[in-house]
Design a protein. Sequence first.
Length: 76
Amino acid sequence: MKDTFVSQCLDILKREDIKNEFKCLMKPIMDFILTEIYPYIYLIVILVFLIFMMILAILFILIFGYRNKELFIKNA
């Protein structure tokens, strides 16, 4: 009984008209969710960019320090 019910539901969901109706039903919900999380997406992108810039700055500092070891040794 359970197996036949599941297979009937899957058969119904495979039909094109049901797929289109489901898409139409889900579109407003997805639009609402996306508009609610846009600020968080922007914040995450900005933070990732800042972290990338900080890592790049650390890399340049390390490369400069490795090339000019004597500058750091004399000051110590």
